[in-house]
Design a protein around this ligand. Structure first.
Ligand code: HT7
Ligand code: ZN
Length: 873
């Protein structure tokens, strides 16, 4: 496959001023008529018009009204070349496509018999011939016509301007979008749908119609999504000064979707997972996920749609920025500390893994074969961290001035990451030249920190070094501009006032230092007693921090740090350390013993729970097996699992009375959805999880009772998840009951599949194989693939990494089976195998063997080819 390089960017030879589209929607055949009003780019010498197009049955092509004969154009698998055209002209094409046969879920396809589209990144070329690149921005008008009985609802971007009946009995609706947009933001939906309606009045006093469209069976499940949308609209006005701009904002939920959702202008298309919720069917986490994704797509209206990307290398311009915006929103709606902890957990577990592996790439990549493979944790999550660092460096007001300037200056344009940074520089007068390296340099920087207290001189010297390890294609790295937030905690647990040499005044609490060189020494004055440094507060930069804390210092920070994030992080470091020692004991055949310091720290947490129950629940959770694997050099998933399980069991044994007490104390008679009630539920269920590690019949009975009596999915799932991990008759009974109750609800069935796929019981792989033949599973539906196969490969390390290699063989087989149907999802499914080099030698060889088998398969998609070849390269 061809490699596309960022340095090869050239502006488009033709602009599209207006795209007038007509769809005669039908299954098996849909006809698409396009009339494009074109203008040659005056800045370039005249060149041919080459339109992108794939799998299109071309019926007619005309220029300025004259139909072209076949010898007047060149048609290949991917392109239609019309040669050099006049400075201004119109091109008309007519094509036939077959949406019912489109299993890739890119372009126009059917979901539950309804038409829908997914055009980002390059799906529009499967709909009609077009310059499918984000820097071509056109005004679209779209007329949809269809059989009114089967497709009563016809939606597209913008505002509806006409509707009626056609002589042949079909009906039609015309939509006009006044905002110029790239074709990746085009959308249409047609089918039998019902809507929940509401309105939102903008700060400027305009009334916007809000509509959430779903299949009739889901009509009652849209309330939370609508509420979230209104919250997001108000928040974006308040925090970023951004108002909505069309008269109508529509969301459509579909069951078949490759990702979470899509921000098409005025017509978002969502994976139903991120819209539908009722207390009986959705967990507290699902509710939070819906709020976050609804907000994310809404925020794209400015960060992505009004100001878009020049080319796909700039993807983080919209994604990193929008993730940062949705993170801030969720922090404001829920608990700032818990949100930060969850985001950092994701980053440190999975983005660090990506950044240290064969697929590492900068936030702004330099090359790709298949752009769909670059919707990565690096572009999204590390990209958001980069924006967060800018926010920290410039302060909230400076950052806001910068974003105001960015939106104003680039409204209606397709721009670059560099333009974004430049707008922030211009608005604040700051020099961010060194900061720009975050966009171009891959890899996770390592900060080495040491502290020295001189009691006689009353100084505390902090030495900080930074280096970034090599990544593919980038052997040498330069120092980065890093905001380094810290405090020095005195023996009484209070932050010391900080004054650097040469400064007049001491500042109490957290202070942000700026690292720009490979090494710095910061000398704090008037430090009489030896402090414990609380470093990288709030996780102020996406780096690995190395500081040689003692266990006692970690326990001290865990109890006293005023920074909630660092309090949690100290606990995680302590637990990680204890588990690492247990792993060594396990491998060397020594008896495993519970660490008294950790036990005391956990007991203290439970005895002195503080106000935020969610934070406590979070603090009680041990680092995940995936996180622990990320810290290892030659990963042994079995040792990790056994050491961690030993610790869970031992803690539960020692803390049984207080865990039980806390469990009962946090059971509420009524289901409520306030942040407090969610926190109480969470804590109760974390306690239940620990207690279930005891394999004790009374606790198992308690768990069964919770499952049976639960009036909400959070409690039912917590109980069922714990039961799924134990080999008792109640497990089979509860899983069968759950299936019987929810077999007709696809989203709930996804939970049922995932629970079984992530069970650490020895027979899980056989169970997963059996489930691939169950009616609840369907390889063509990405949610099912993720729930069963994805959950097994990514969420069940000990069973996936069975030393026999059976898990790897199974995964590779499923990838090869899925690739001809849906390459995008197949390529993602393959990612766990790309980490093969990180494992101990036996597993390493088996994983590489499966990757080689995949790579040797004929007719591989470029999606899977790129991942497999880079993983082995
Ligand atoms: N911007 C959207 C990305 C997306 C996507 C990308 C490739 C293939 C399918 C897709 N569906 C959605 C989602 C977002 O980040 O908001
Ligand atoms: Zn996005």
């Amino acid at each position: 496959p061809r490699t596309i390089r960022r340095e090869d960017y050239t502006p488009p030879p033709y602009f599209v001023e207006h795209a007038d589209l007509g769809f005669e929607l039908g299954d098996p055949v849909t006809r698409v008529e396009a009339r494009l009003t074109l203008r040659r780019n005056p800045a370039l010498p005249p060149g041919p018009l080459v339109l992108d197009g794939q799998e299109l049955g071309l019926k007619r092509v005309a220029v300025d009204g004259r139909e072209l004969a076949p010898h007047e154009y060149t048609l290949t698998e991917d392109h239609l070349d019309l040669g050099i055209l006049p400075e201004r002209c119109t091109v008309e094409t007519s094509v036939e496509i077959r949406p019912g046969e489109n299993t890739s879920l890119e372009g126009l396809y059917l979901s539950s018999g309804n038409f829908c589209t997914q055009c980002e990144a390059e799906g529009f070329r499967k709909i009609t011939f077009y310059p499918d690149r984000p820097d071509v921005m056109a005004r679209f008008s779209t007329t949809l016509s269809a059989d009114p009985a089967r497709y009563p609802v016809l939606l597209s971007n913008g505002n509806p301007v006409a509707r009626g009946e056609l002589p042949d009995g079909r009906h039609f609706v015309t939509w006009e979008d006044p905002f110029p947009k790239p074709c990746y933001l085009f959308a249409l939906v047609a089918g039998n749908l019902v809507s929940l309606e509401d309105t939102f009045t903008t700060a400027g006093g305009r009334e916007v119609k809000l509509e959430i469209w779903v299949e009739p069976r889901n009509a009652e499940k849209c309330g939370h999504a609508m509420h979230s949308l209104k919250q997001a609209m108000a928040w974006d006005e308040r925090v970023f000064g951004r108002e909505y701009d069309l008269d109508i904002y529509m969301i459509v939920a579909v069951d078949d979707f490759n990702m979470g959702a899509m921000e098409n202008k005025g017509l978002n298309v969502f994976n139903s997972k991120y819209v539908l919720a009722q207390p009986e069917t959705a967990t507290d986490e699902d509710y939070e996920g819906i709020e976050a994704v609804i907000a994310h797509e809404y925020f794209h209206n400015w960060s992505g749609n009004r100001v878009t990307c020049r080319d796909w290398f700039q993807l983080s311009l919209k994604e990193g920025f929008t993730v940062f915006r949705d993170q801030q929103f969720t922090a404001d709606m829920t608990s700032r500390a818990v949100k930060r902890i969850k985001d950092v957990n994701l980053l440190r577990t999975f983005q660090f893994r990506e950044d240290g592996g064969p697929l590492a790439h900068p936030v702004r990549p330099d090359a790709y074969q298949e752009i769909n493979n670059f919707y990565t944790l690096t572009v999204y999550e590390k990209g958001a961290e980069v924006v967060r660092m800018l926010h920290t460096l410039l302060g909230p007001e400076g950052f806001r001035r910068g974003t105001d300037r960015y939106f104003e200056r680039f409204d209606g344009q397709a721009v670059t990451c560099d333009d974004f940074v430049q707008a922030l520089e211009e608005a604040t007068g700051r020099d961010l030249s060194r900061f720009r390296r975050w966009y171009s340099q891959a890899g996770t920087p390592v900060l080495g920190v040491s502290g020295h207290h001189d009691p006689r001189a009353r100084t505390y010297t902090l030495t900080v070094t930074q280096h970034t390890p090599p990544t593919p294609g980038q052997p040498d790295k330069l120092p980065l501009h890093i905001p380094f937030a810290l405090g020095l905690v005195g023996p009484d647990g209070v932050d010391l006032p900080l004054r650097l040499a040469g400064e007049a005044e001491a500042v109490a609490g957290t202070r942000v230092l700026e690292l720009t060189e490979a090494e710095h020494a910061f000398v704090f004055e008037a430090i009489g007693t030896t402090p414990v440094p609380s470093l990288l507060r709030g996780y102020s930069a996406p780096v690995r921090l190395r500081y040689d804390y003692s266990d006692a210092e970690l326990a001290f920070l865990m109890a006293h740090d005023t920074d909630e994030f660092n309090r949690w992080d100290a606990g995680q470091r302590l637990a990680e350390r204890v588990i690492t020692r247990l792993m060594a004991d396990y491998r060397d055949g020594r008896p495993l013993r519970l660490d008294e310091g950790l036990l005391a720290a956990y007991r203290k947490l439970l005895e002195d729970p503080g106000a935020d129950r969610r934070l406590l629940a979070q603090a009680l959770m041990l680092p995940s097996e995936a996180y622990l694997a990320e810290q290892s050099d030659a990963i042994d998933p079995e040792a990790i699992h056994n050491a961690r399980e030993f610790l869970r069991h031992a803690l539960a044994q020692e803390l049984r009375p207080i865990l039980l007490e806390s469990y009962h104390a946090h059971r509420d008679p009524d289901y409520r959805v306030s942040p407090e009630a969610i926190g109480r539920r969470r804590l109760k269920n974390v306690c239940l999880g620990y207690l279930m590690a005891l394999h004790d019949e009374t606790i198992q009975a308690l768990c069964m009772t919770q499952y049976r009596e639960a009036d909400n999915m959070t409690d039912a799932m917590a109980a069922l998840a714990a039961l799924a991990q134990v080999d008792i008759p109640g497990r089979i009974e509860a899983l069968a009951h759950f299936h019987g109750r929810w077999r007709d609800d696809p989203l709930v069935m996804d939970k049922w599949l995932a629970l079984q796929a992530t069970s650490s019981l020895p027979g899980t792989l056989e169970e997963v194989k059996r489930l691939t033949r169950h009616p609840a599973f369907n390889l063509r539906n990405p949610n099912k693939v993720r729930a069963l196969i994805g959950a097994f490969a990514s969420g069940n390390p000990v069973r996936f990494h069975d030393p026999s290699g059976a898990g790897y063989l199974f995964l590779a087989d499923r990838v090869l089976e899925l690739d001809p149907l849906n390459p995008q999802v197949a390529a993602r499914l393959l990612t766990p195998l790309t980490q093969w080099r990180r494992y101990e030698p036996g597993r390493r060889a088996l994983m590489a063997g499966e990757l080689k088998r995949v790579l040797a398969t004929p007719q591989l998609s470029k999606d899977v080819y790129e991942i497999a070849s880079k993983a082995l390269g």
